[in-house]
Design a protein around this ligand. Structure first.
Ligand SMILES: [Zn+2]
Ligand SMILES: [Zn+2]
Length: 167
């Protein structure tokens, strides 16, 4: 939580943001993501036209599940983010993300979590050319070659039977 009272009252016009934190793991159960490094946010909050804008560099390392082989997939997030901090249903730019602050405080951890989710593709891959897994025995094709994947034999056997039936 960051107190924005000073900048909201006009006492100051900018506020430096240099935070690093371990993301609360209970925050993200439903997304099955794990943070493998602290989340770092470095930037500044500026007041312009009665609006607060956060302009910062966000970085994090996240682990998820590969959509093909179900193994761990690592994702590095390193983005410049611009987020409008609004206190209600204000009209704001559609060009940038907005985050609703409450009682003069911004929950930076929550904000970072939302921004990180925005950066992570819907389907994660452990590597670009992941070979996936065997639908029969569940073997990870990146690591092993199982017997059931040699399906050519099965097809040949079936084909032979078909030929016999035609005779
Ligand atoms: Zn994979
Ligand atoms: Zn298999």
């Amino acid at each position: 939580m960051m107190n924005l009272s000073g900048i909201l009252s006009g006492e100051r016009s900018t506020l430096a943001v240099n935070v690093s934190f371990d993301m609360d793991q209970t925050n993200n159960n439903k997304h099955d993501l794990r943070f493998s490094s602290p989340v770092v946010l470095n930037g500044i909050i500026v007041k312009t036209d009665d609006r607060l804008v956060l302009n910062a560099k966000l970085s994090a390392k996240v682990k998820g599940q590969c959509a093909r082989c179900l193994d761990d997939a690592d994702v590095s997030v390193s983005e410049d983010v611009i987020v409008y901090l609004v206190s209600g249903n204000e009209i704001f730019s559609e060009e940038y993300d907005t985050y609703v602050i409450s009682e003069n405080h911004v929950d930076l951890m929550d904000l970072c979590f939302i921004e990180i989710l925005n950066q992570i593709p819907y389907k994660l891959l452990c590597k670009e050319d992941c070979l996936g897994m065997c639908p029969v025995c569940g073997s990870n094709f990146n690591k092993v070659q199982c017997k059931c994947s040699m399906s050519d034999d099965n097809i040949d056997v079936r084909f032979d039977k078909l030929k016999e039936m035609i005779k």
